[in-house]
Design a protein around this ligand. Sequence first.
Ligand SMILES: [Zn+2]
Length: 241
Amino acid sequence: MEIYFGVIKFLLGLCLGSFVNMLTYRTALRYEITRNKLQGTNQKRSFCDHCGKQLKWFDNVPLLSWLLLKGKSRCCDKKLSISYPLVELLLGILFLVSDYWLWPIEVFLVFSLVFDLKYMILPDFSTYILIGWATIFNHFLLASLGSFLFLLILYLVTKGKGIGFGDVKLAIFMGMFLGFPKILVAYYLAFIIGAIIGVILIILKIKKRTDPIPFGPFLIGATGISWWWGDKLMEIIKIWL
Ligand SMILES: [Zn+2]
């Protein structure tokens, strides 16, 4: 029986990954970041990124369609972003290994991560859902307040150049969800990984020194790592200190 539950959880995660991909596109439309390519078509269905043609159901199966079509669209044979199957796979794996109550948090964290990577915005509604859900299950109010004040001060000191106000709002969720001392581990990781990746991007000339880099993905990644391995990492950090 175990294995069947595992398969169902994984498939459900894949489907929610597909939902995240759709939500990313629709939110970008609503924020008027992306131009609407669907004028005059039935917008309830999925469609091709390039030519706007409506997809058949079998071209819209999570992970499988992307693999079968070798990452290209059937209608116009153009490259489809690898982020689609990656998001689906990531949520499939996360659903497989985690408790049910974490699923909404995983869905919206992955959504915020992808959206910030693509558009440098952490959508408010996603952050509010995260804060709400975390407050129901984990209510580390003091850690949440401390986390918020910490990023707020950082935001004010750097005059919003280092981090955005979306990051400050996400900090409320992080504290509420992780509590103390895992929240410390999360910040420790976010800043270290952020600095390392930043330097690598500049060395590889993918980014210039003056280019803005979204900080949300580092906060989100660090939140995930700290949630799973925060206690063990705390021991290691203590030794270093
Ligand atoms: Zn097409």
